[in-house]
Design a protein around this ligand. Structure first.
Ligand code: IGP
Ligand code: MG
Length: 593
């Protein structure tokens, strides 16, 4: 490290090989923190070069295995740190770009100098920010837009934070954020807070393989094109660097001051975001269309920035940018899972309650050799799709009625936030009936399975749509090991495949899509009819079953049982509903005779 410090202090620029070695030393735990500090300060005083910035990035990305798959990705992340406290211009612009068909991989971070960073705003807007890296390209393919939380990609950078905090001036690490996109980009728009570095920055983008890019610095070092004064730019076009400057008036926009585009808290910026998406004319919208216009020009969607500005405005006014936002918003299932993660973290902190060894009853036994469609009756006070269903019923009384009516099992919703249930409900039911009780929850961790068992569950639910393939298999094995059975819930062909590859014997086909809440019995019917499963697999048709006709439909398609919640929770007479839904299994009796 010493030799590089000395070299840099003599104002010598480092070669790529030297900077790579220096970077590796910086990340090496045995390197003295004081040396790293001196190096970073000297590098900054000398002025960071393109080669130095790009080499540091290459070291950080050494294990990412970056390669182009032919798709053209775009990023419009800036350096931040410009002290302008503008609202989230580039984050808002990214929806407009994606709506234009550009594949936007937007890199971002939490607030550092502003009051709301890109990630803070996205959370407020209920857009997922924790998508795993392995999914980035699929997301871009499916939705056209993905948000990347940079610190999650580079654990090495965390080591640097203490050292960086001890240095009063910015360092190379304050510059490289926008260079650190973990995908191989074709296009990039990036704003930097230091106009003196425009040239080096554009060169760094070239070294990192960008085909076309604009690096700009707005009036006063703003990291976006500014509506007041002049914005300095460099266009990188296939290796060529073309400097130019631009003003709002030149692209057909009126001037506005910095005060007109100031942001605030994440909630305040979300309000600004919505007003832009709703097409309300304002300096906020101008700032977005200015920057989006430049981006459209970079990606060859238009021939001039003026045209880009016009097109960006149209995309917003037509509601297409807003549609893109709606598409990106978390589905109900994703939201529930996010809440579950915090609940599980809480559960893990608690001392586990005593295991009372409540008996286990087999659901598979219940389902064997029945001439009639069986019913798994559910205790469900509320749901995200229906709101409050019935909060007047006692879990014990209801469960006892379900049992005497002939339920094959009783399902108890234990999720509190969205379904108003609890483990206490589960325990009360399990200690009063002699049929299997299903813990109905969004299980993502072993600890929930422990709690389900302690509170008397014989069966747990695992939802394929909510889990990775690896995780579902681990949780499945864990429940088995605890002596419980598992109802594996699927919604489509792909999920069914995962369930069968687990060796699941009880498969729930949910008629309700947990992402959209749509209920479709026909969809399930086709899925069951075409399924290739072992003869000892039981299908349970779940959700939306209201009458004899529904029951007969799914029975004919191959269901052994139905899982019924709302219809029972709102029934005047539970026995009557049981009679209506316990239809004969026509096909099965037919085949056997
Ligand atoms: O009330 P319904 O439409 O009869 O649905 C019952 C049950 O299928 C539904 O509650 C359900 C099926 N899968 C789930 C997963 C989690 C929570 C709830 C569910
Ligand atoms: Mg920005």
């Amino acid at each position: 490290m010493r030799k590089y410090i000395e070299r840099v202090m003599k104002s010598k620029n480092l070669t790529a090989i030297e900077m790579k070695e220096a970077s590796e030393l910086m990340f090496h735990e045995q390197t003295d923190a004081e040396d790293i500090k001196s190096f970073l300060i000297a590098l900054h005083e000398k002025g960071e070069t393109a080669v130095e910035m790009a080499s540091l990035i290459q070291v950080l990305q050494a294990d990412l295995n970056l390669k182009s798959n032919g798709a053209h990705y775009f990023d419009n992340c800036g350096t931040g740190g410009d002290g302008s406290n503008s609202f989230n211009i580039s984050t808002t612009a990214s929806f407009t770009l994606a709506a234009a068909g550009i594949k936007v991989a937007k890199n971002g971070n939490r607030k550092v100098t502003s009051s709301s960073g890109s990630t803070d705003l996205l959370e407020e807007l209920q857009i997922p920010t924790t998508i795993p890296q392995a999914r980035f390209e699929d997301e871009l393919h499916e939705k056209g837009l993905v948000f990347i939380f940079a610190p999650a990609i580079y654990p090495k950078l965390k080591q640097m934070s203490a050292i960086r905090k001890s240095i009063p001036t910015p360092t190379i690490f304050n510059l490289i954020g926008p260079l650190s996109n973990p995908l191989q980009l074709t296009y990039q728009l990036t704003g930097i807070n230091n106009p003196a570095l425009l040239h080096e920055y554009a060169k760094a983008l070239h070294l990192l393989g960008r085909e076309r890019a604009v690096v700009l610095s707005g009036e006063g070092g703003m990291d976006e094109a500014s509506l007041h004064g002049t914005t300095q730019c460099i266009l990188l076009d296939h290796g060529e660097l073309i400097p130019f400057s631009i003003t709002a008036n030149e692209v057909g926009l009126r001037e506005s001051s910095l005060a007109d585009i100031t942001g605030g808290t994440p909630a305040e910026n979300a309000e600004i975001f919505h007003s832009i998406m709703d097409g309300i004319d304002s300096p906020y919208q101008d700032a977005v269309v200015f920057n989006a216009g430049i981006a459209l020009f970079i990606a060859n969607e238009v021939e001039t920035i003026q045209q880009g500005v016009k097109k960006a405005r149209e995309i917003i006014q037509s509601g297409k940018a807003k549609e893109m936002y709606e598409k990106m918003k978390m589905t109900v299932l994703q939201k529930i899972i996010e809440t579950k993660k915090t609940e599980v973290a809480e559960l893990l902190k608690l001392e586990k309650p005593m295991d009372q060894q409540l008996p286990i009853y087999s659901l598979a036994d219940q389902l064997s050799n029945s001439e009639q469609l069986r019913i798994i009756a559910e205790f469900k006070r509320a749901s995200p799709s229906k709101g409050m269903i019935n909060d007047q019923l006692s879990p014990i009384d209801t469960a006892l009625q379900y049992e005497t009516a002939g339920a094959a099992a009783i399902s108890v919703l234990t999720d509190r936030t969205y379904f108003k249930g609890s483990f206490q409900d589960l325990y009360q039911v399990a200690t009063h009936v002699k049929v299997p009780v299903l813990c109905k929850d969004f299980i993502i961790d072993e600890v929930q399975i422990d709690y389900a068992r302690i509170h008397g569950a014989s069966v747990i639910l695992l939802i394929v749509a909510a889990l990775s393939k690896e995780r579902i298999s681990e949780l499945y094995q864990y429940a088995k090991y605890k002596g419980m059975e598992v109802l594996v819930e699927v919604h489509d062909e792909r999920e069914l495949q995962i369930a069968t590859s687990l060796g699941a014997k009880i498969i729930g086909i949910n008629n309700r899509n947990l992402h959209t809440f749509e209920v479709d019995l026909n969809h399930s019917k086709t899925l069951m009819k075409n399924a290739k499963v072992d003869s000892d697999v039981f299908f349970i048709s779940e959700s939306g079953i209201q009458n004899t006709e529904d029951a007969q439909t799914v029975s004919d398609a191959g269901a052994t049982a139905i899982l019924v919640g709302e219809t029972l929770m709102t029934a005047e007479n539970i026995h009557k509903v049981f009679n209506e839904l316990s239809v004969e299994k026509r096909e099965v009796t037919y085949d056997k005779s």
